[in-house]
Structures are given as structure tokens and as C-alpha cells.
Ligand binder design. Sequence first.
Ligand code: SF4
Ligand code: ZN
Length: 304
Amino acid sequence: MTQPTCTKCKKQPSIYHRPYSGERLCGACLASSIKDRVQRTISRHDMLQHDSRIALGVSGGKDSLALLNILAEIEEKHPGAELIAVSIDEGVRGYRDESLTIASRACKEQGIEHHITSFADLYSLTMDEIATGQRELAACSYCGVLRRRALNQAARSLDADRLATAHNLDDMAQTAILNLLRGDLNRLALMHPGGRDLPGFVRRIKPYCEVPECESAMYAHLHGLEFQSLPCPYASEAMRTDARDFLNRMESKRPGTKNIVYRTALKLAPEARRTGVMGSCETCGEPSPEPKCRACQLLESLAS
Ligand code: SF4
Ligand code: ZN
């Protein structure tokens, strides 16, 4: 059976069917449509300036390495802009050490400066120690908060004015569902892909937020990117796994569901954005809307 022809270039055989748009795309058209989408997201949310110094969080997974590839191309077209990669070593033996090796290699190949900072250095704790110790929450609840703080500190110390993360559309839709299930309107504000200018925080941007995870995987394969595909051993504990399964089931029955969930959450986000107030944590001095930041609250709960 012959492959249908690409609906965009009308020349090459298609390799990918986009159920939510009905398009059938060849590899080149799929890759260029993903790059265009990232570029449109950046423009729509005013994410970058011509001289932005961007710190990109790179884990060594497919999404961050694909975004590294795309942002490096964009940076080349804007000589005033700079791209630096930042990785956080949470201390998950057999998982993060491997992905950091992959991340370092990818940065070296592309000539991008790469900085690594670890939970062990910042908090004198590793995720393995947190996960195997006494705790009340899922491992990811500690990891997510501590990593966000580590990334912000790293980006700030590198004088970056943007902190980019490679959250994809699936991540955004899952976060929307989780925030709604927790009734947490303030966290919806943090979903805004263009970020907020808050004292002490490097503005966080999410240029990859409209790219579905399956297309990100295709992009990585099409570009021959080596990435870590092993899941973190603590991932299955997270409520996020339930949200992912639910959204995947819905998406296969009703293509476009993830996009609708994400866009609906964004409509709520501007309201929440205006309510953000920022002070300093009385313990660590990092910016915090509460007298004690969430990272210090969690670290203290682990120590008690
Ligand atoms: Fe951290 Fe959870 Fe991600 Fe593992 S899956 S690296 S514990 S946030
Ligand atoms: Zn603190």
C-alpha cells in the first residue's frame, strides 16, 4: 500500500497523521511546522527580545533537547541574543546521571555553554534520600518545588533575563487539570507561557507549550537526537500520571482535547496573574508570596 502524500508540500509521502487537524505530513513539513509553531508561540506571548539572554532548562529528555535545537536556530538569526543551557541534578541515581551526560554531549555538539547545579550542593540532600526517607508527599511534589528554585537561582546567577523550560502541550494540559483538581487558582497564573516579571525571579517562558508530546518525539527522531527515554523511578507516584492517562484517553476519542484544556486554563490565568504579590522568604531570602517559601517549608518538613 502506498503512503498518502504530504498535505503541505504535496510531494513527499506522509509519515505522520495529525488527528486534530486532519493533516498528513512528511518529515520535513512536520519538523518545519513544529519550528513555526514555537516561533509563533514566542511572538504571540512576547517572550523574547532581540538581545535576550536565555537560560534553557535542559534535562536530557526529548523535549528539552528538541527545544535546544530549535532555540539554537532562532538564536543564530538574532546575533544579539544568547542561549545558555542549565541542568539540575536532582540526585536520582541511574536516571539523572545518564540524562545529564546526554545533555552535556548535546550542548557540546551545538557549541552551547552548559551549567549543572545539584540538589546535593544547594540543599545537602538528593532526591534518592528524600524519596527513601520519611515524607508525607509524593516524591515529585518535593522535586518540582526544589527544582524550580534551583533553576531560578541558576538563571539569575548567570544574568539571564529569560528562563525557558520545555513544557509541551501534554504537560500544560496535565498541569491545568491538576490545578483545577486542587482548586489552586494561583498556580494557574504560573502556567502563563509568557511568564511574569516578579522581583527576584527570572521571567519564565514556555516556548514549547503548544507542541504535543508525540510530535516532540517525532522531531527528536527526525533530527537523530539522542535523548533519555527511561522514566524516572519516582514518576509513577505522581497524580500527574493519572492526569496523563485521562488526557491520553480523551485525546484519542476526541482529538484536540489537550489543546482545549490548555487554552481554557489560559483564559483563567490572566485573572490569577494580577493577584501575584511577592515578598522574601524569611528563611532563605528567595522571593516568595508567603513569609516562608514553599521550598523551605518542604525542607523543614523533611528535617523534622
Ligand atoms: Fe523529580 Fe518526579 Fe521528575 Fe523524578 S519524575 S525527576 S522525582 S519531578
Ligand atoms: Zn525559603
